[in-house]
Design a protein around this ligand. Structure first.
Ligand SMILES: *Cc1c(COP(=O)(O)O)cnc(C)c1O
Length: 414
């Protein structure tokens, strides 16, 4: 029998929650603590660990990670304000394409430690805004230029998501970055300091591939800064450590990655290296717990309908996988009507939405699954609830206007 996907605390919650309390996200903070501690332990002490807040910005998660991390990577003004409020005083790095003048001004006002500039235009805005808001005596904001450096052929093709090596909104080519660096080190840049480069090129790579990516980033950053005669002091090499949803017991090889980073740091003794994982830190300590409402036979297969669905747990729909899950049987059946039950060993588990896309897992091994049994979806601690709703990334929600509507109505629909 394969090892359980559930921790004892999660199994207890799954049994104790009443059906009225389902669906429910359960985050095992003890499991998160020990995982984050193990990740930190595997990394050389000279390498900084930031958590990419967009993977899961729940305040309890951020607080649990705080002892093991050096800071947080935020990708919007919303995330920046949120993490500042939850954990005042923790170092922040502000990334993300399409930063608005308002977001940049607010970040400078909030005393953000680092900005990852995505384009020459952003650097121009930063220079103008920092000149206006710079208070003498305040430490300068450290600027890292996000670059899209050349990487060895084929390196990024095995990843789940690619942010570099093709036309994207992310980062700058080396020539544009060189111009940004000239601008940042020229006249009129009070309050800003160009300290290095940032890149986040792919998500879902193994340790070996990610190390080769890190080497390519450090190499390109070195050439960029050397070419300009500026000291390279920091390189953030991104996140993207693989989470294998098809083999939920597997873990990214943090030991190999840490050893490789240590070697890279030794070859670049004047450069502070930083990583910023999201998914691989928090995916494993979150579960989506629900119960079976109906089991039916459709075209020769068993289909189980659970309470909730992909509007709560969008991950399998977004990534096109089967979310790993485990059944926690419930013996009691309090109703006078017969209890639906699966006939075959494998069941397709769907949610309550009226769309054929609301599939959480196909072919789940669940012989005899009955209505009322609990189904617990694992690896639901990252990019799960927060990508399922408009709160993903904490950008402001859209407004609603109805030109031509007569009478008054509240704008915004909020
Ligand atoms: C999303 C993101 C990360 C984290 O990526 P994971 O795949 O969750 O590790 C890191 N850095 C940047 C800039 C990001 O946008």
């Amino acid at each position: 029998m394969p090892p359980s996907l559930l921790t004892p605390a999660v199994r207890t919650e799954a049994l104790n929650l009443t059906s009225g309390e389902l669906p429910c996200y359960v985050h095992d903070l003890t499991a998160l603590h020990s995982h984050a501690a193990a990740v930190r332990e595997a990394l050389p002490s000279s390498v900084e660990l930031y958590y990419a807040a967009k993977a899961n910005p729940e305040p309890e998660i951020l607080a649990a990670l705080a002892p093991w991390t050096d800071g947080f990577e935020v990708s919007s003004g919303g995330e920046l304000g949120h993490v500042r409020a939850v954990l005042p005083g923790r170092p922040l790095a502000f990334s993300g394409p399409g930063k608005t003048p308002g977001e940049l001004a607010a970040a400078l006002d909030a005393g953000v430690e680092r900005v990852h500039a995505e384009s020459l235009h952003e650097v121009r805005m930063l220079v103008a805004l920092a000149g206006r808001s710079h208070a003498p005596g305040r430490p300068p904001v450290r600027v890292l230029l996000r670059i899209d450096p050349p990487v060895p052929e084929g390196l990024l093709t095995g990843s789940a998501l690619t942010m570099g090596g093709r036309p994207t909104p992310f980062g700058m080519g080396i020539e544009e970055a060189a111009e940004a660096l000239r601008l940042l080190t020229g006249e009129g840049c009070e309050g800003l300091e160009a300290v290095g480069a940032h890149a986040h090129l792919a998500s879902g790579l193994d340790a070996d591939a990610l190390l080769r990516v890190a080497e390519a980033i450090v190499h390109a950053a070195g050439e960029l800064f050397r070419g300009h005669g500026t000291a390279l002091r920091e390189v953030a090499v991104g996140g993207g450590m693989a989470v294998d949803y098809t083999r939920p017991a597997e873990r990214f090889d943090w030991a190999a990655y840490g050893a490789g980073l240590a070697a890279l740091a030794r070859r670049n003794p004047d450069v502070r290296l930083r990583i910023e994982p999201g998914r691989a830190l928090t995916a494993y300590s979150g579960w989506y717990v629900t119960d079976v409402l109906d089991v039916k036979r459709s075209h020769g297969e068993d289909v189980a309908v659970v309470r909730g669905g992909t509007h709560h747990l969008r991950t399998p729909a977004a990534k096109g996988h089967d979310q790993p899950a485990e059944v926690v049987p419930v013996e009691a059946w309090p109703h006078p009507w017969p209890r639906p039950e699966a006939r075959a060993g494998r069941v397709t588990v769907v949610g309550q939405l009226c769309t054929p896309k609301d599939v959480l897992a196909r072919g789940l091994e669940a012989p005899g699954l009955r209505a009322g049994d609990r189904v617990v979806f694992a690896l639901a601690g990252a990019y799960a609830w927060n990508i399922s709703h408009r709160d993903f990334l904490m950008h402001p929600p859209p407004g609603f206007r109805f030109p031509g509507r007569t009478g008054t109505g509240s704008p915004g629909g909020r």
